[in-house]
Design a protein around this ligand. Structure first.
Ligand code: 3BY
Ligand code: FES
Ligand code: FE
Length: 421
């Protein structure tokens, strides 16, 4: 391992300490307290993980036309994602004059990007078009384009990376494209979205999502339709579950609906799993929430396509709607979770779908998970907390996430990243 810059070692856990603690952690156990509540570790997470990995930031159908934009924040970095002639491009949402935030609304449509401060005006490709008449003779507009952020899309999903040299993502994007092809997400729309802010570290939000050990005790609405195991690789998977998966798999193969488990290190995984027998969507009674199916989908019994993208997204694609979840760390103990319910773009609210029915199960589930994560955080903040053991049978998904996190953090912090963990 390379020597860590010792100037970074402070009294509270600095980068070197964090690396050392991760190297010395007890595998299969939750992390030391500082990883869940220290401002220094949070800053390091934002730099080493959110600043260097690929982040899921939205869907191409949210910016369907040239000039459409959405804005978001990655830590302290305001970002805008714009549809221009070339496609979808993310920029630092920071004016090259004196640095004002440029786009101030969450979404919109513009012909040019005009700074609200002194009206410097940029083309949709980021080039500076107008900077008033008073910048002097030697002013060269070409020197002040908006700063681009690495942007990639796959199957209608948008990813950005703030890294200078982002990790490899091509293989995952190609598979994502293949798994999402039946859904034609370019011709879909967000029917409704929610934002909740949880008083918990972002890793507790992901940990909670990576296991269903808590489902029986907490998620009655979800368990109307969701099966206990989310893969045949689950050590608890029963023979009857495997037979159900095999039966549905034959149907899906006949319709060219991808369903096999694929993974890319521990960072990404995709698999389509059936819902409970006879249930077609994650609604209270398991019936469909939207009359129109997505894309070329005909069979309503598509179960759910689960997509995991670390560090910040999980997803459930059903036959009539898809639900995406985006995790936005806001502070050491504050995390926003954005949920979007996506339907066919021609589906009409009140005719083809009822928003309440569409969102009810995941609204309930999100609220329940929020309580679990917040209580987890409060206990971890105690002087009595010490790392505890994960169950290898029920919590292997959490173990995988924590292993990915530790390896990725160490890799980036020491400049030895490169594996696709
Ligand atoms: O509403 C906005 O945020 C617009 C105005 C300035 C630039 N931005 C795209
Ligand atoms: Fe944007 Fe002045 S800061 S025009
Ligand atoms: Fe949950």
């Amino acid at each position: 391992m390379e020597q860590i810059n010792t100037a970074l070692l402070g009294t509270a856990p600095g980068l070197g300490d964090a690396v050392q603690m991760l190297q010395q952690r007890r595998p299969g156990y939750s992390l030391p307290q500082a990883f869940y509540n220290s401002p220094d570790v949070f800053a390091a997470d934002m730099e080493q993980i959110y600043g260097k990995e690929w982040l899921y930031v939205g869907l191409t159908c949210e910016i369907p036309k040239e000039g459409n934009f959405i804005t978001l924040e990655v830590g302290n970095n305001p970002i805008t994602i714009v549809r221009n002639k070339q496609g979808v491009q993310a920029f630092h949402n920071v004016c090259r004059h004196r640095g004002s935030r440029l786009c101030t609304s969450k979404k919109g449509k513009v012909a040019k990007l005009v700074c609200p401060y002194h009206q410097w005006t940029y083309e949709l490709d980021g080039n500076l078009l107008y900077a008033g008449n008073d910048m002097g003779e030697n002013f060269n507009k070409a020197e002040f384009p908006l700063k681009k952020v690495h942007t990639r899309t796959g199957g209608g999903y948008i990813f950005i990376s703030l890294a200078d040299n982002p990790p490899e993502i091509d293989d995952f994007l190609a598979e994502l494209e293949r798994y999402l092809e039946p859904y034609d997400l370019e011709n879909a729309k967000v029917a409704v979205q929610s934002e909740i802010v949880e008083d918990a570290n972002w890793k507790l939000v992901i940990e909670n999502n990576r296991e269903c050990y808590h489902c029986n005790g907490s998620h009655p609405e979800l368990l109307n339709t969701l099966l206990e195991f989310d893969d045949t690789t689950d050590p608890r998977a029963t023979d009857s579950f495997k037979a159900h998966v095999a039966r549905m798999g034959e149907q899906w193969d006949a319709e060219k609906i991808p369903h096999h488990h694929v993974s890319f290190g521990l960072r990404n995984r995709m698999v389509r799993m059936p819902l409970a027998e006879g249930k077609v969507a994650m609604t209270i009674d398991g019936s469909h929430a939207c009359e129109k199916t997505l894309g070329r989908v005909k069979n309503r019994e598509l179960g759910s396509l689960r997509i995991l993208h670390l560090p910040n997204s999980w997803n459930h694609g059903q036959s009539d709607h898809l639900v995406t979840f985006q995790v936005v760390p806001m502070g050491p103990q504050k995390t926003k979770v954005i949920t979007k319910w996506v339907v066919h773009k021609d589906a009409v609210e009140g005719v083809d779908y009822d928003v309440e029915k569409l969102r009810r199960v995941w609204d309930a589930t999100n609220a329940q998970d929020r309580t679990l994560a917040e209580e987890n955080q409060r206990g971890i903040n105690s002087m009595a907390y010490e790392p505890g053991p994960y169950s290898a049978t029920y919590e292997f998904g959490v173990v995988n996430f924590i292993d990915w996190y530790a390896d990725t953090f160490i890799g980036h912090a020491t400049g030895h990243a490169g594996s696709q963990t």
